[in-house]
Design a protein around this ligand. Sequence first.
Ligand code: DGL
Length: 264
Amino acid sequence: MKKITAESPILFLDSGLGGLTTLFQTEMLLPQENFIYVADFKNHPYGNKTKKQIESTVIHNIKKFYAQFYPKSVVLACNTATAVAITRLRKMFSNIIIIGTEPAIRPAIEAGKKRILVLGTRATIRHSSLIKLFKANKHSYLEFLALPELAKLVDDNYLDNKSLIDDYLAEKLTPLKDKFDAVVLGCTHYVILKKEIKNFLGDITIFSGNGGVAKRLKQCLTLLNLKNAGKGSLKLISTSSDKQEMLLENHNYLFKRREEICVV
Ligand code: DGL
């Protein structure tokens, strides 16, 4: 087996475009790392699948891309995969540092927010251990809303047909306007839409798990003496061969920064 070194890449996994927001935040904190981003368009969206389906999809992807790239860490840039599968994954792949993305409920409560709306996929709302933990907390009122169509709408339409996304948000969120002081975006796809979501919900503070992921990853790499000192790179991978261009176009539209990106 190949040796893990500071130069080894960090593997980001999501069902589609959402985890690019996690990657972006991580790159700001760790610009010298070599990143590989896998968008699993072949199996998106994860959020409406069963626990068993999501687990086997993510296990398949970790095995496949681990064997290909020998990353020093795997980041599940996906609340759904984390909520459903992380316990099993950590048992199965005990030699790999796996970082998950979780709904930022604790930071919202700690910031003193009293009426918190938590948005996520169906599977996240059903399985997240954090949601179970904080459901009955005594500091804040929490409401949970699954948006089962939104992740796929983003993957399929963000660049070319955004009005479909706006119509969906209008239908789901307009009745909730001015009812909350915070919204937790418990799906990385929703972070792409943070401006739009804020517009529909009124004066509201937005929380996401992305900052936590970046910080945790940095802590782990520092602790293990595995921080890279090179130039840094990014490779984008789509599991569906007809979506490679679309992945690159969306990446460039959302985060126009890197000169050389390799799409596989
Ligand atoms: N981006 C993902 C999440 O954070 C998954 C969305 C989906 O595929 O349903 O939950």
